[in-house]
Ligand binder design. Structure first.
Ligand SMILES: [Cu+2]
Length: 121
């Protein structure tokens, strides 16, 4: 093998590692209430724990009721002691289906978003 070929193979290998790292975006590791859960008591807050540090200015939680109407929430707060966690306090929720829609930007400056449902019985 020539040196030139070796350099080419190495740079291809490094390139693919870099690409796979770039696609390893932050994700939600734990959520309260849990996705698709059915709760007998209305939850007092939404709390999401991510796999990476969050940028507070870009971190949002929206809660929609079964009619797709946004529930009025105070601004979501990124935990000062644990910047991978964001929470939003909830008013007393009536029985019904809810959709949590979150969006954030993580330390790698990638924007990520997602949504999940839960139900208050
Ligand atoms: Cu990313």
């Amino acid at each position: 093998m020539t040196t030139k070929n070796l350099v080419l193979i190495l740079s291809l290998a490094i390139g693919s590692v870099a690409t796979s790292l770039a696609y390893a975006h932050a994700k939600v590791e734990t959520a309260e209430p849990k996705a698709d859960s059915e709760l007998s008591q209305p939850p007092k807050e939404i709390r999401l724990h991510f796999s990476d540090t969050l940028e507070p200015a870009f971190t949002k939680i929206v809660l929609l009721d079964a009619k797709n109407v946004a529930v009025k929430l105070p601004k979501a707060v990124v935990d000062k002691a644990d910047a991978k966690t964001v929470s939003a306090q909830l008013p007393v929720l009536r029985a019904g289906q809810y959709l949590v829609r979150w969006s954030t930007m993580t330390r790698d400056s990638h924007k990520v978003k997602g949504e999940y449902r839960f139900k208050v019985k």
